[in-house]
Design a protein around this ligand. Structure first.
Ligand SMILES: [Zn+2]
Ligand SMILES: [Zn+2]
Length: 284
């Protein structure tokens, strides 16, 4: 479904009936008596939560520590080589990095929500499982600690941070200056990819957020709660971008995801979100 700003209000009005309760402002009379997605899916919830293994936890800890270390090393190198007559470069790179991170958040989220299943060896249980759990129990993410929230995103960021650290610490000053804008772009991309699920977690946290986080959400500098609730209206087919959500407006306006799904369905015969729907129906 391609929607614009006006249509967002229509979808928002469906939140009480077609998405799991989160903010405590919805009366039970507003809710669908037989919802496809709600917290009564105790069996599915527990089954998915129990698949979070000790091995996965160890992998996440390594990724978080390594990601923080390399981000700091790259940032220090770039601050050291910063020229004040060149301040526009980091600014433009920041915006480019944020938009690119927002796009990738949408792409990965859409792919994991819409295709594949948790039966796929390794990838299914480790990386698709959290997406299935999130639709059945959107508030579970608010109970995840910093490691579980950010582990997978740190791993994604490491794909860029490892070669960038190597290049920055083995290049001459002249070479670094030549490619300074690209280094800024990739650092900010890595930072925003790393923080995406933290922003996502905050968008599900309706109580007790620090004032500065509420400020960033209010001015839509990071993903706002109400904006992300649109994605949680069943069957979860829109608003996949979860870093800032800025790209959700143009992408829904042009029908980007539905267009991509039509092509894939035409080529493969598979329909999107069948595994997601199977988990949603699983109540025991
Ligand atoms: Zn989703
Ligand atoms: Zn969510």
């Amino acid at each position: 479904m391609a929607i614009g700003l006006k249509e967002e209000n229509v979808v928002t009005s469906q939140i009480p009936a077609y998405s799991a309760p989160e903010d405590g402002n919805e009366s039970s009379s507003q809710r669908d008596p037989n919802p496809r997605w709600n917290p009564s899916h105790v069996g599915a919830k527990e089954e998915l939560a129990n698949l979070y293994t000790a091995g996965k936890r160890r992998q996440e800890i390594v990724c978080v520590v390594l990601c923080m270390t390399l981000t700091l090393m790259v940032a220090c190198q770039l601050v050291y080589h910063l020229r004040l007559d060149n301040w526009m470069v980091p600014f433009i790179a920041a915006v480019g990095g944020i938009l690119t991170a927002d796009f990738f958040s949408g792409l990965v989220h859409w792919a994991a929500d819409s295709w594949g299943s948790i039966e796929i060896p390794v990838v299914g249980q480790a990386f698709i499982r959290p997406f299935r759990e999130h639709h059945i129990d959107p508030t579970a993410i608010t109970r995840h600690d910093v490691i579980e929230t950010n582990g997978d995103n740190c791993m994604m960021s490491l794909i860029g941070l490892i070669p960038q650290t190597f290049i920055l610490f083995s290049s001459s000053t002249e070479t670094i200056q030549q490619h300074y804008a690209w280094h800024c772009f990739f650092l900010l991309l890595a930072i925003f990819v790393t923080l995406t699920n933290q922003f996502h977690k905050w968008s599900h946290t309706y109580f007790g957020l620090p004032a500065w986080v509420q400020f960033l959400q209010r001015y839509h500098l990071i993903l706002p709660c109400r904006h992300h609730r649109v994605h949680h209206v069943a069957p979860h087919e829109m608003y996949f971008c979860i870093t800032t959500g800025w790209l959700n407006y143009p992408m829904e306006a042009v029908g980007f995801w539905t267009g991509l799904e039509s092509i894939i369905t035409h080529l493969t015969g598979y329909s999107p979100r069948t595994d997601d729907l199977n988990w949603a129906k699983k109540t025991k």
